[in-house]
Write a protein that binds this ligand. Structure first.
Ligand code: IYR
Length: 248
């Protein structure tokens, strides 16, 4: 009998009809020492732990190339059936940013002051100090709106279903903000609600739905962020749990 070791591997045989499959190519991860693995993990954690959502921006320009890089990075995310059901719409035109600000503030004002957000929700936001006012939507050099693609189209024009769209776009947006942060840029996951106005202003089709709006730029000189704490590892993880005992 073959000796079982901690380095057993499972079969890599792909299944399915071969003519419909992608060609399969070997995949290797970087060869690193144990120490290098840990130090990279620690450095990446420390860097990501410095990331903060920003609401005070400067008007300093950001080259389009950096936005392109962030979108390309976002688009490396895994997605349901590799459909990549996302569209990142980038806006630098001041007139369009102005229209977005006006429309977002109109909706947000109704949410905050017109009773659309229940008291409990408003109270939850008090520590963060948000309001319906979104001046940064005009200050920033770039706004990127992430749209989820609810369905695509077959060559004959019929609808082609996408899968795990919410999960997929969430993963892509996570990589997007990580990329921006890595490039020394600041952003905010802004979710004006309802956000249908973005489809109209940006002329996007019915199969795309706006999910998150990212104002992108440099923080204002005097920018501040709430001094919040992140949950410790013990609170966000459970290790080797046992199944509940059956019956009672
Ligand atoms: N969409 C509003 C309200 C808002 C809601 C949550 I939950 C936040 O974490 C932050 C804001 C806004 O963008 O102000």
């Amino acid at each position: 009998m073959r000796k079982t070791t901690s380095e057993d591997s499972t079969s890599a045989e792909p299944v399915g009809e071969s003519d419909k499959r992608y060609p399969f190519v070997p995949y290797r991860v970087e060869k690193l020492s144990e120490e290098e693995r840990r130090s990279r993990g620690e450095a990446f954690f420390a860097e990501m732990d410095r990331r903060r959502s920003v609401r005070g921006f400067s008007s300093r320009e950001v080259p389009r190339e950096l936005i392109e890089l962030a979108i390309r990075t976002a688009s490396t995310a895994p997605s349901g059936a590799h459909r990549q059901p996302w569209r990142f719409v980038a806006i630098s035109d001041p007139e369009v940013k102005r229209q977005i600000r006006i429309a977002a503030e109109k909706e947000e004002r109704i949410s905050y002051e017109g009773g659309r957000m229940p008291p409990e929700w408003l109270e939850a936001l008090l520590p963060i100090g948000t309001s319906w006012r979104k001046p940064y939507l005009e200050t920033v050099p770039w706004i990127v709106v992430a749209f989820e693609e609810l369905y695509g189209f077959n060559p004959d024009g019929s609808k082609r279903k996408n899968y795990y769209v919410k999960e997929s776009i969430g993963l892509a947006c996570g990589l997007f903000i990580a990329s921006l942060h890595r490039m020394g840029l600041a952003t905010l996951t802004h979710t004006p609600s309802p956000m249908k106005f973005l489809s109209h202003i940006l002329g996007r089709p019915k199969n795309e739905k706006p999910v998150i709006l990212f104002p992108i730029g440099f923080p204002a000189e005097d920018a501040t962020v709430p001094d919040l704490l992140r949950k410790p590892l013990e609170e966000v993880s459970i290790w080797d749990p046992q199944p509940e005992p059956e019956g009672d």
